[in-house]
Design a protein. Structure first.
Length: 169
């Protein structure tokens, strides 16, 4: 016996898909980012206005250049190479002193919470003064976050947006 798909079932599926696509585009156009990673609480984050200067402590969406750093498969429209941006806190700016120790990452003699390096990860980061035009991004929410403790500073130009939590779970 052959099962047939009703026209109303196909129409309902297409309508649902269309509504989801319109909602996703609307959120993207409104500057809303959905975080599903463990680096920060899962939820919705709102991009601040254009031209907002990034400062220490801000949450930033950054695009890591492909090839130099491990990245997920490309599928995002936020980064030039279509990779997913990372959501991290700005921990250090140019001229800040960063020290990598067994206890964790220190910025200007202050220990960043939950910043101890994991023995299962390889780090290419080095201690020192953050160079002009560079920034350190860290998660102080997740001890296993892949961030500057492993790849070091990234260009300030890699920051695509500063965001703030809108609704997190």
């Amino acid at each position: 016996m052959k099962r047939s798909i009703s026209k109303s079932g196909v129409a309902a599926a297409l309508s649902t898909f269309g509504l989801l696509a319109v909602a996703a585009f609307g959120m993207w156009a409104a500057g809303i980012y959905i975080n599903t990673t463990p680096s920060f609480p899962v939820g919705f984050y709102q991009q601040t206005g254009p031209g907002t200067a990034a400062k220490k402590g801000d949450l930033a969406l950054a695009c890591l250049p492909r090839g130099k750093w491990h990245r997920e498969p490309p599928w995002s429209l936020r980064c030039p190479d279509r990779a997913m941006p990372i959501l991290k806190k700005i921990a250090a700016l140019p001229n800040d002193r960063v020290a990598i120790t067994a206890a964790g990452i220190w910025v200007n003699r202050r220990l960043v919470p939950k910043s101890k390096l994991l023995s299962s990860q390889t780090s290419t980061a080095t201690s020192g003064i953050v160079p002009d035009g560079m920034v350190w991004l860290l998660s102080d929410s997740a001890p296993d976050s892949y961030d500057s403790r492993y790849f070091g500073p990234i260009p300030l130009t890699a920051i695509q947006a500063v965001v703030r939590p809108l609704w997190v779970f």
